[in-house]
Design a protein around this ligand. Sequence first.
Ligand SMILES: Nc1ncnc2c1ncn2[C@@H]1O[C@H](COP(=O)(O)OP(=O)(O)OP(=O)(O)O)[C@@H](O)[C@H]1O
Ligand SMILES: [Mg+2]
Length: 252
Amino acid sequence: MTTLLSESATPVVTTAVALDVEGITAGYGGPPIVERVSIRAHRGAITAIVGPNGAGKSTLLKAIAGVIRPTGGAVRVEGKNVTGLAPEKLVRRGIAYVPQVANVFPQLTVHENLEMGGYIRSHGVQERAEELYQLFPDLKAAHSRRAETLSGGQRTMLAMARGLMVDPAVLILDEPSAGLSPKFQSTVWERIEQVRATDVAVVVVEQNTRETLRHAAWAYVLVLGQNRLDGPGRELLHNDEVVRLYVGVLTK
Ligand SMILES: Nc1ncnc2c1ncn2[C@@H]1O[C@H](COP(=O)(O)OP(=O)(O)OP(=O)(O)O)[C@@H](O)[C@H]1O
Ligand SMILES: [Mg+2]
């Protein structure tokens, strides 16, 4: 793995490591799809994972979130080993995972979706929902609408808010702005920045690489299921290899 900063350089991110993925290997029963991949995400920062189609980004997220079981390596949340735990256990340990599709209950209202998101809370569900309505005003206005009637952008916000109901240390988002109009993409990024500011470690996989790298305190480039290089998002934006591999091809 190449790191763009030398050991002696001033670290860009100084906050606590919330998610530490060390040398994880995972797949679907055949040859591994991701191999010995390592990433770290800090509280209060956006960490991005970018890479070509089929690089294994979603597979990596699934392995972190317990949807598939890693065959090697370790996942730690705030220093505690959570490798191989089932998704519902990982939620209790502070990982909220928002898959790209099927991330809300379409038949339930916005508010019911939030209540479902808070199912592991023993108390404070309504209070937490109110806090999230402050963060996502679009959802407050739509609180009694069924999720299936929301626009794509509103649905993405609902999926994020639903994940946040458990007050996670780490919020993992798989392509939150994919398929949205440019206007909604920028609203989604605004909200992601607001979530980050509440001291959550936000891990984002995105296709819209240029915008993603602008927001990422640290970004990892994954190629063929392995770490290729990593560094501060804005430095990667000016890195010829990254631009050649990815940014130049896909985005404006
Ligand atoms: N459920 C599955 N069963 C078997 N193979 C899968 C499954 N899901 C993904 N794969 C394979 O794993 C590889 C990596 O896929 P993955 O979805 O992780 O890539 P990605 O980087 O998220 O791509 P994209 O940018 O298109 O979302 C691909 O070769 C894909 O065919
Ligand atoms: Mg994917």
